[in-house]
Write a protein that binds this ligand. Structure first.
Ligand SMILES: N[C@@H](CCC(=O)N[C@@H](CS)C(=O)NCC(=O)O)C(=O)O
Length: 216
């Protein structure tokens, strides 16, 4: 079997979830970094018609959309399993992944992390303070609800790592690098969970590039 190839923007939290899954499973992989803007090239649009990352190639099979990729990897490399078997736990895991995909990433991270870190560092654009302020109510809702769902558990779904943790950790770690994220997460159970996640080799081996790591 050939290594898994991951097409990536360095620093992308979705790419990091894929890489973390591979590290947790001890699977060899290589990253093909895309140059900024090249997601719109014909070559990349053939991989991903919606011009995003991640995309993976594995043994002649190509897949995009990180949820699909994570579930595929969990099926092809079953150990350790990253999805629970109890129906309620499966429901909870999928709910948390849905919260990220529908609320946290598009309405919070894509606004606050983008305007505080990605735009200023990579594009030289100043933060849009009005957009950040407008995203704050949703940021508060996401943090409150994720904290409630985590409760006193070690991981989002009980005492075993699942795809919910691997989706949320890169997202909340990037958010925690902004002043707004740090303030909202301070003192929550989510902050303790993030600290535990940050101790894992899968987080440590998939750090954002240095310039995207500095706090804003
Ligand atoms: N639903 C997609 C979202 C992926 C996504 O938004 N990736 C961002 C990087 S974090 C991207 O490729 N952005 C490029 C762009 O918007 O032009 C997934 O889960 O894979």
């Amino acid at each position: 079997m050939s290594d898994v190839v991951v097409y990536a923007f360095l620093g992308s939290p979705f790419v990091r979830s894929v890489e973390m899954t591979l590290v947790e499973k001890g699977v060899a992989y290589c990253v093909e970094p895309l140059a900024p803007g090249s997601q719109h090239s014909d070559e990349h649009l053939r991989r991903h018609p919606f011009a995003r990352v991640p995309v993976i190639d594995h043994d002649g099979y190509r897949l995009y959309e990180s949820q699909a990729i994570l579930r595929y990897l969990d099926a092809v490399f079953p150990e350790p399993g990253l999805q629970p078997s109890a129906p309620q736990a499966i429901g909870r895991m999928n709910q948390i992944i849905g919260i990220n995909d529908w609320y946290f990433f598009p309405k919070v991270a894509a606004v606050i992390v983008f305007n505080r870190i990605v735009g200023p560092v990579l594009l030289g654009s100043p933060p849009d303070e009005a957009a950040i302020a407008a995203a704050m109510p949703m940021a508060r809702s996401c943090v409150t609800e994720l904290d409630r769902l985590l409760g006193d558990q070690t991981f989002f779904v009980g005492d075993r790592l699942s795809l919910a943790d691997l989706v949320m950790a890169p997202q909340l770690d990037f958010f925690d690098a902004t002043a707004e994220g740090r303030k909202l997460l301070a003192g929550t159970r989510l902050a303790g969970w993030l600290a535990r996640m940050n101790e894992r080799p899968s987080m440590q081996q998939t750090q954002r590039p240095e310039r995207l790591r500095a706090a804003a």
